[in-house]
Design a protein around this ligand. Structure first.
Ligand SMILES: [Zn+2]
Length: 266
């Protein structure tokens, strides 16, 4: 029985009528009042008729929908998929050269994702700056999104500033891609937050793909105990895939240098 403060506020509907001394709704023909006996005295109190209960349920549903839309927007804001990374696809990837095998592994990962999800298996894409590991991670993300999996790709640096609620929401996502592990601020607070993110995901038993500029050895033999406990989690769940080759940025810098050489070499 709903004791009702709102009933008083409800606009009196024209069709309301009285039956057996109680007010009934003219629209749904259910009572707007009930009676009971307290200490031998009969009292009449207001209740919600069916249409008021329905209106209340509808209002709650709408509020929930707004909350959900807000959370999705919040996730999208944190995800980097909105920018140029959203255009990275395996089709457009240069899969020859040094990283042919690494790209192949990433493609296989997408093919085998149902199994990967079941076993909580992720990847650690590591290698120097500009070798294409972030690009490869974005290719995986887009391929997964195409198959209607939920994917968020973001940097750990962004997540450090995320709320606990955001970290919790991250665990509902099928595939989380965390870019640039090892580039975060090395404060106790930073490490604490990163550990919280990795650990929450680990416990939720869902895969993560990490990218990192660090060499594999840095993960295996971290001297800093704060790093070590994060990296142990990573290595336990993620298959390491190396990206090699001349860094694109280095190549551009080199081209610039060559042009300058030509200009200056009269
Ligand atoms: Zn009614």
């Amino acid at each position: 029985m709903l004791f009702n403060a709102l009933a008083a506020k409800a606009p009196p509907s024209g069709g309301d009528y009285t039956k057996d001394g109680l007010i009934f709704c003219g629209k749904c023909n259910t009572p707007k009042q009930c009676r009971t006996v307290v200490d031998g005295e009969e009292i009449v109190y207001s209740v919600w008729c069916d249409c008021m209960k329905r209106a209340d349920a509808e209002e709650k549903r709408q509020r929930k929908e707004i909350e959900r839309a807000f959370k999705t927007a919040e996730l999208r804001r944190l995800s980097m998929m909105g920018n140029k990374l959203s255009k990275c696809t395996f089709l457009g990837a240069d899969k020859g050269g040094d990283n042919a095998r690494s790209f192949k592994i990433c493609e296989r990962y997408v093919e085998k994702f149902p199994q990967m999800l079941k076993d909580n298996r992720g990847l650690l894409l590591f290698g120097g700056v500009g070798t294409g590991k972030t690009f490869a991670a974005a290719c995986v993300a887009n391929a997964m999104l195409e198959q209607n999996y939920s994917v968020v790709m973001t940097s750990l640096v962004t997540l450090i500033d995320g709320t606990d609620e955001i970290i919790r929401r991250m665990n509902e996502i099928d595939l989380l891609i965390l870019d640039d592990l090892g580039a975060e601020r090395s404060t106790d607070y930073g490490f604490e937050r990163i550990y919280a993110v990795c650990d929450a995901r680990y416990r939720s038993n869902k895969p993560v793909i990490y990218t990192s500029n660090l060499p594999l050895d840095a993960f295996k033999h971290a001297e800093d105990i704060r790093c070590a406990r994060i990296y142990d989690r990573v290595l336990e769940r993620c298959y390491p895939v190396e990206f090699r080759g001349v860094s694109r940025r280095k190549r551009e810098a080199w081209r610039g240098f060559e042009e300058m050489n030509e200009l200056l070499d009269v």
